[in-house]
Design a protein around this ligand. Structure first.
Ligand code: ZN
Length: 398
């Protein structure tokens, strides 16, 4: 059994970190901070903990470069994980159970405690080999990514401490792929949400009244579902990937009180992720026109402040991208640059003009982030250490 054989030290550390239950909501990060303080001490590197609120620390460990005046490299990872349904798990999600094939089961195994430990272990290796690079490398461990980073990176990027780090480039999380290819995310779609409220004639449910809320709701839903269908067709008939099109989903309907009473009001909500080329301002006008067409008493409320972020440039003029790609080519890794379907902390980083790539070295792995029985195989984790070793070295030498 795997438990009896000697385990790779990095895997042991990974499992130790997985056993810290930093689960949303209301995470207590004190054990996570303690863990990183211990790691920094072992590495002999300075650590800073910046509290963005009393319970949301940003932890930064720094390896100084030979030319600290140059823009630095930031290796970012979040400490929090999403909740679990314990009954749906084969093994306790916070035990980091390893089966005989080397699969390590735990919440956070893929998203993204693996990456945090791989960063640390890579730095450890550089220190053991007495390697010293041109640029400073910062490791940053953030809170509350899974709940929108309101009291984490979003606040941190506005501080003088962040400015002083003089960051030139950021590596952050990606996603597992079931095949050989590694996805590298250079952009994210715009998160856009809205609720439309339709008011209408009330009265007895047996009469064919004009201008009912239901008729107006039908008009609105059709508009959105037609849009959804167009995007599905685009995805089916082209070589576009899920991150390249807009996703439109009806997520909530509210209204009505009884079967035989016409409701005075029905509301419907949509979760929309706009493709990078779509302008939310323009779409706002389109949706407003649909509301007018639907009839009297139809109004829309948009989720405020959609953040439309330009993607990081993936051309050879971007020296960071060039270095990343060159190392992947040298290792003969098959990479697929693409747009993330979900959202990560990278969007806040890119939004302040810093290039960022989302990359987690997990190929041949079923994507199970946020799912039951999330696991990562120890061999994939170990291979990831070599991949980071080369990539981070190259980035710190740009
Ligand atoms: Zn994540």
């Amino acid at each position: 059994m795997a438990e009896n054989t000697t385990e790779n030290e990095s895997v042991t550390l990974f499992r130790e970190y997985l056993r810290i239950p930093s689960v949303q909501p209301n995470v207590n990060y004190s054990d996570s901070v303690k863990f990183f303080k211990g790691q920094a001490e072992k590495l002999g590197l300075p650590i800073k903990v910046h509290y963005m609120s009393p319970n949301t620390p940003i932890v930064v460990i720094t390896l100084s470069g030979k030319q600290p005046e140059l823009p630095s490299v930031l290796l970012s990872s979040h400490m929090d994980v999403v909740p679990v349904y314990p009954k749906c798990w084969k093994h306790d999600p916070f035990s980091a159970y390893k089966d005989e094939t080397g699969n390590i089961y735990a919440r956070g195994a893929q998203d993204m405690k693996c990456v945090s430990i791989q960063y640390i272990e890579t730095i450890k290796k550089y220190l053991q080999e007495k390697l010293n690079f041109k640029r400073t490398i910062h490791l940053c461990f953030t809170p509350d990514e899974e709940t929108g980073s309101l009291f984490g990176i979003r606040k941190f990027i506005k501080t003088s401490e962040f400015a002083e780090m003089n960051i030139g480039f950021v590596l952050d999380e990606g996603k597992a792929t079931p095949n050989e290819v590694f996805n590298v995310f250079y952009g994210e779609r715009t998160i856009w949400g809205l609720t439309i409220t339709c008011t209408g004639t009330t009265g007895h449910g047996s009469i064919l009244y004009e201008s009912t809320a239901g008729e107006k709701l039908q008009y609105i839903i059709n508009k959105f579902m037609n849009w959804r269908e167009r995007e599905k067709t685009r995805l089916r008939n082209t070589n576009l990937e899920p991150g390249d099109v807009t996703s439109v989903n009806l997520t909530k309907i509210n209204g009505g009180c009884q079967f035989n009473v016409l409701p005075p009001e029905i509301s419907v909500s949509f979760d929309i992720r706009l493709a990078v080329e779509e302008d939310p301002k323009e779409m706002e006008e389109v949706v407003k026109s649909w509301c007018i067409e639907a009839g009297e008493g139809v109004s829309v409320e948009f989720k405020k402040d959609p953040i439309r972020v330009p993607p990081t440039k993936i051309c050879d003029n971007n020296l960071w991208w060039a270095a990343f790609k060159r190392e992947c080519n040298n290792m003969k890794l098959k990479i697929n640059p693409c747009i993330f379907t979900g959202a990560t902390d990278s969007r806040f980083i890119r939004n302040v003009g810093i290039p960022a790539l989302g990359f987690s070295p997990m190929n041949h792995t079923t994507p199970l982030a946020h799912d039951h029985n999330e696991f990562l195989n120890e061999n994939i984790f170990i291979k990831g250490l070599d991949i980071y070793y080369n990539i981070i070295k190259a980035l710190a030498s740009v």
